[in-house]
Design a protein around this ligand. Structure first.
Ligand SMILES: Cc1cc2nc3c(=O)[nH]c(=O)nc-3n(C[C@H](O)[C@H](O)[C@H](O)COP(=O)(O)O)c2cc1C
Length: 144
């Protein structure tokens, strides 16, 4: 059975909470969700599927986390042409620039962002954000 892989980095748990809600949406749609911390992710397994999710909070100065997520993204971006990728992550005080830049990187790699834009949540996901993440999981499940 095809799986929906959800690869993420989190420092304080907000982005992993989003990942878990996305996984709940996948499961509710009858597909298997696999939550994978980015340091355990395998690029070959990820690109074997048509669609998957990537999550990372805004770190540095509106950047992806630099020691694990950024190197992973650098390696991944040459291999995602034609893929549908759901983006998500938490942020603090910024203007969500990290998410806009991430969306542009996906487009430059000739891949698509599921639903056209990533889900950016301020701090911990509340009820509305949880529903948004579950909906994204259902959408992802429909793509594999
Ligand atoms: C080192 C560091 C840098 C950060 N840089 C930004 C930033 O540039 N913009 C922003 O909106 N939030 C920034 N944040 C806030 C985090 O994005 C925010 O706390 C987020 O909820 C963390 O998600 P997590 O719980 O998944 O780690 C930063 C946090 C840390 C620790």
């Amino acid at each position: 059975m095809s799986k929906v892989n959800i690869v993420f980095w989190t420092g304080t748990g907000n982005t992993s909470a989003m990942a878990e809600y996305i996984a709940q949406g996948v499961t509710a749609a009858g597909k298997e969700a696999v939550l994978i911390p980015v340091d355990q992710a395998n690029i070959a397994d990820l690109v074997a599927e048509k669609a998957f999710a990537l999550g990372c909070p805004s770190m540095g100065a509106e950047q992806l986390e630099e020691s694990e997520m950024e190197p992973f993204m650098c390696e991944l971006e040459s291999q995602i042409s034609g893929k549908q990728i759901a983006l998500f992550g938490s942020y603090g005080w910024g203007n969500q620039e990290w998410m806009r830049d991430w969306e542009e990187r996906i487009a430059a790699a000739v891949a698509s962002v599921v639903n056209g834009e990533g889900i950016a949540v301020n701090g911990a996901p509340g009820e509305d954000a949880a529903e948004e993440c579950k909906d994204l999981g259902r959408d992802l499940a429909g793509l594999i």
